[in-house]
Design a protein around this ligand. Structure first.
Ligand code: NI
Length: 258
């Protein structure tokens, strides 16, 4: 049985030089494919570097809302560099991009600007986007439904347990990617949200090194723990684990066109 971890940050400094070794051991640990998303220029470059060393490793490039510069001119420069990085053939998406009002609210307009510009870039390049969304439900829905929607089926990463957002995502033909929080005992309405998502739209991810699933909370997360997330979602959907692994693997291949 092999799993596909659609979102894992081996480009994060918490992995440092261990990343190469861990990626080489993925296959023997039951992980048949992963995507390493960038969150700024440097981490996007590192994601490409790691992907180029390993056949089953793919990557995405983009500027996370917490990593955007403080003027539209400088954001344009960041995006210009991202545009250059797309040329690498292991790049399968633009991300992670989006809005995050949890850490800062004083640059909302710049966050929206960077998000929309990167959706534009993805549409022009015919790539899916990987969306990060936190504490910004209405603005996120407004942008995606009224201003600019991704043209390729895209991904709502680390699925927020928000009914409206997931409903909107499904309307836009998105894939919904479940991460560690789906295993947490205090995850309100996680079960209801999982049930809303049709089989052919489910993805799984670790978002490592963050958000370890139960029973690893407090430890550094990595892709091998994606099976605990798979187990939980498969159980809610009432699908045998082996079948669920295959299903989510195929979904990942479809959305990333690999
Ligand atoms: Ni992430």
């Amino acid at each position: 049985m092999e799993f596909f971890d659609t979102h894992t940050h081996y480009n994060d400094e918490k992995f440092k030089q261990e990343a190469e070794k861990m990626l080489n051991e993925l296959k023997q640990n039951g992980i048949g494919g992963i995507v390493i998303p960038g969150f700024n220029i440097e981490s996007s470059e590192r994601a490409i570097e790691l992907a180029n060393k390993n056949a089953s490793v793919y990557c995405s490039v983009g500027i996370h809302p917490s990593d955007i510069e403080n003027s539209t001119e400088k954001i344009d420069e960041q995006i210009c560099k991202i545009r250059d990085l797309i040329k690498n053939e292991k790049v399968v998406a633009i991300g992670e991009i989006g809005l995050d009002y949890h850490w800062t609210q004083d640059n909302k307009e710049l966050q929206k600007y960077a998000f929309k510009k990167q959706i534009e870039l993805a549409n022009e390049q015919k790539l899916p986007i990987i969306i990060h969304t936190r504490d910004c439900v209405q603005d996120m829905i407004d942008i995606l439904s009224k201003e600019i929607s991704p043209m390729e089926p895209s991904i709502l990463h680390c699925c927020p347990f928000n009914r409206e957002l997931v409903k909107e995502g499904l309307k836009l033909n998105f894939y919904i990617s479940f991460a560690g929080p789906v295993t947490y005992k205090n995850a309100k309405n996680a079960e209801e949200i999982v049930k809303m998502v049709p089989e052919e739209k489910i993805l799984i991810e670790t978002d490592s090194p963050y958000l370890p699933p139960e029973p690893f909370r407090g430890q550094r997360n990595d892709s091998t723990k994606v099976k605990y997330i798979a187990q939980k979602v498969a159980e809610i959907k009432n699908i045998p684990l082996e079948e669920f692994a295959k299903l989510t693997f195929e979904n990942a291949k479809k959305v990333f066109k690999i």
